[in-house]
Design a binder for this molecule. Structure first.
Ligand code: E4P
Length: 217
């Protein structure tokens, strides 16, 4: 399963990219706003330091403007994936961009029916938002299971990109269900390699080692 970083913060992206775990980046208008930077500049900066797909989201809601924005974003770098919302205009934009060879990430997906339409529109990625479903008392990971089954039934090439991830358990569950990608806020990626028993075990080993007076180097 690929891991994308859900961030528009260049320092965060650089630090975590250096771990070797980051296969791509996703942004959205809220993350760009939080960064305080111009979207075109920030996407170019991220694309320059990350080899994998970098999702950049359109902000128009009508087809013509969405398409123009998508083309402008796609022209920034070959690894840009244009992110469009799961609306009628978004799906039409997805079809046009995808036919032209542009990677498209269809975002704000909350039902398997929506995911089916995104696949038919040629989406490279479908982004179901699990955390936001959990927030309203629905089963976010249940949706991932449905979409994975549905896509597998038809050998559908659209990749399931689990978004709005709130916990390391979401990540493990996504992998168990066979999702293609998870996009993680930096704190969840960091939490994946932390365990208190790892820390206390390492402390004990190092204390015992110090008593030997040995050195490997
Ligand atoms: C990523 O593509 C999504 O925009 C992001 O995961 C949404 O996360 P949130 O629900 O925590 O804002």
């Amino acid at each position: 399963m690929k891991i994308f970083l859900d961030s528009a913060d260049l320092d965060e992206i650089t630090a975590l990219r250096d771990t070797g775990f980051v296969d791509g980046v996703t942004t959205n208008p809220s993350l760009i706003a939080k960064s305080g930077h111009n979207i075109l500049d920030r996407i170019a900066e991220i694309c320059a330091i990350v080899d994998g797909p970098v999702s950049a989201e359109v902000t128009a809601t009508d087809y013509d403007t969405m398409l123009a924005e998508g083309r402008k974003l796609a022209a920034i770098a070959p690894n840009v994936a244009v992110k469009v919302p799961l609306t009628k205009a978004g799906l039409q934009t997805c079809r046009t961009l995808s036919d032209a060879g542009t990677k498209v990430n269809v975002t704000l997906c909350f039902t398997a029916g929506q995911a089916l339409l995104a696949a038919k529109a040629g989406a490279t990625f479908i982004s179901p938002f699990v955390g936001r479903l959990d927030d309203i008392g629905k089963d976010g990971m249940g949706l991932i299971e449905e979409i994975c089954t549905l896509y597998a039934n038809y050998d559908c090439p659209t990749e399931v990109l689990v978004a709005s991830v709130r916990s390391t358990q979401h990540v493990v569950d996504a992998a168990l269900m066979g999702a293609d990608v998870v996009t993680l806020p930096p704190k969840i990626l960091t939490a994946l390699y932390h365990h208190p028993l790892t820390d206390s075990g390492l402390d004990a080993f190092l204390k015992d080692w110090a008593k030997t007076g040995q050195s490997i180097l």
